[in-house]
Design a protein around this ligand. Structure first.
Ligand code: ZN
Length: 436
């Protein structure tokens, strides 16, 4: 993409020099080591566009490595022709051009690629691509082995700083689930007090390891609308299932008082531990998600109550731009994070960057988060090739938005450079106290 404003090229060139804080990454390990060219095309999120353009069943066939890739090609070809203009397809196009020098998705191109598929398990290669993208640090949401974290032997991928994964700790619904979470402490808990104390001990262990934030993506499982139940209501649910290991509290109504109560308790811990909280808002990954549950507007009461907690609301709340602008403008404890969103919908982000400049303090915007590794062909693999393409798109989106605003004489070119620096690096560095 190339902006139309006179200063676009110069501003984009500047953005290319600015290092990035990658606010959100799921690289559990190095990788993937691609073994067939179709993997390179569908990568991770693009699979959902391919599925959306055809059928879920056909998307599953694309993933099936038991079938030779040439036999899967006709399905890919049809799907590609139907969805080659999305943001995710932009990533595929850029990866093809950069790493394989191919301009088109064709059978011939795939045959040529087959000879030189990237091995991203190679640490030197992995880091070289991070260097090229100028990714300085990555906030890693990687669901680690908790015992290894507490023992401080857990190994992160290059440049990663850990975040504390929250959902499992407030989604509890039965005795066994509770005790499994406590395994790393080697302890059996018997009541709610013990459970909450143990959670705090685990979270403090994460912080001692180096964790820089909490992360919650409960919008995949429940509404973000947290009520404020009493301790007695929560304890009643907890005691009920603890009394008999065969019992399981029902979803959603049976578990909600406990789930909500614990989430508030964890927010108080975040405040006392001085760690920000990353919250998934907006689109669930994959097909057939429920977007209404995930609208950040549902968080209003929670954000209002926990004024001393710093919240980073993810994915630009796509597609609810108005709600996220309001929250970020009116709530001092809320930041707007564009992780993942820059490639879900580049034009949405260009518009939102422009609108955010004119409505929200520019110190509250975090411009980039790669968000690869949780999904798709090689779950856990870093897809750093795609993180590179994503970084380029994020820089373009910001340069397009800000250069347009310079053209409108809304701000000067030098001011636009300062804002771009803050959005790509400075704001997140400060917000997460990364000390870079
Ligand atoms: Zn994510």
């Amino acid at each position: 993409m190339r902006g139309k404003s006179k200063c676009y090229d110069e501003l984009y060139a500047y953005c290319e020099t600015v290092p990035l804080v990658d606010c959100h990454d799921h690289s559990v390990k190095l990788g993937p080591k691609y073994t067939d060219p179709i993997q390179v095309i569908i990568g991770e999120y693009f699979l959902t566009d391919l599925g959306s353009a055809t059928t879920e069943a056909e998307a599953r066939i694309l993933l099936d490595q038991e079938i030779p890739w040439e036999e899967r090609w006709p399905i890919l070809e049809k799907a590609w022709q139907r969805t080659c203009h999305t943001g995710y397809a932009q990533i595929t196009r850029r990866v093809l051009k950069k790493f394989y020098d191919e301009d088109e998705v064709t059978l011939d191109a795939l045959h040529r690629m087959e000879e030189r598929l990237l091995d991203l398990e190679d640490k030197t290669r992995f880091e070289a691509i991070l260097d090229e993208a100028k990714i300085a640090v990555r906030l890693a949401d990687v669901w680690p082995d908790v015992k290894q974290v507490l023992d401080r032997i857990y190994e992160l991928t290059p440049r990663a700083r850990l975040v504390i994964p929250l959902p499992a700790y407030h989604r509890i619904r039965d005795y066994m689930g509770v005790q499994e979470l406590m395994t790393p402490l080697g302890r059996t808990v018997t009541n709610l007090d013990e459970y909450i104390d143990a959670c705090l001990e685990i979270f403090e262990g994460f912080k001692a390891y180096g964790a820089v934030a909490f992360k919650d993506q409960s919008a995949y499982f429940r509404s973000l609308n947290y009520s404020n139940p009493s301790r007695a209501e929560a304890e009643k649910v907890f005691n009920w299932f603890m009394e008999d290991p065969l019992r399981s509290a029902s979803y959603p109504d049976g578990v909600q008082p406990l789930d909500d109560y614990l989430f508030h308790a964890f927010m108080r811990m975040a405040r006392d531990m001085d760690l920000p909280v990353q919250v998934h808002t907006g689109p669930p990954a994959g097909l057939y998600g429920d977007i209404t549950k995930a609208n950040a507007a549902g968080l209003a009461n929670l954000l209002m109550l926990h004024r001393d907690v710093r919240f980073d609301l993810f994915h630009a709340n796509w597609p609810y731009s108005g709600e996220i602008l309001f929250l970020c403008k009116a709530y001092p404890n809320v930041a707007l994070d564009f992780c993942w969103a820059n490639v879900i919908d580049p034009v949405y982000c260009q518009n939102l960057f422009r609108q955010a400049l004119s409505s929200v303090p520019h110190s509250k915007i975090h411009g980039y988060g790669s968000d690869f590794g949780g999904f798709g062909y090689a779950p856990g693999g870093g897809y750093v090739d795609r993180a590179w393409a994503h970084a380029q798109i994020a820089r373009e989106n910001i340069a397009i938005a800000l250069s347009d605003m310079v053209e409108l004489e809304y701000l000067s070119f030098d001011e636009a450079r300062e804002v771009a620096y803050a959005w790509l690096f400075g704001n997140a560095n400060e917000f997460y106290q990364l000390g870079l």
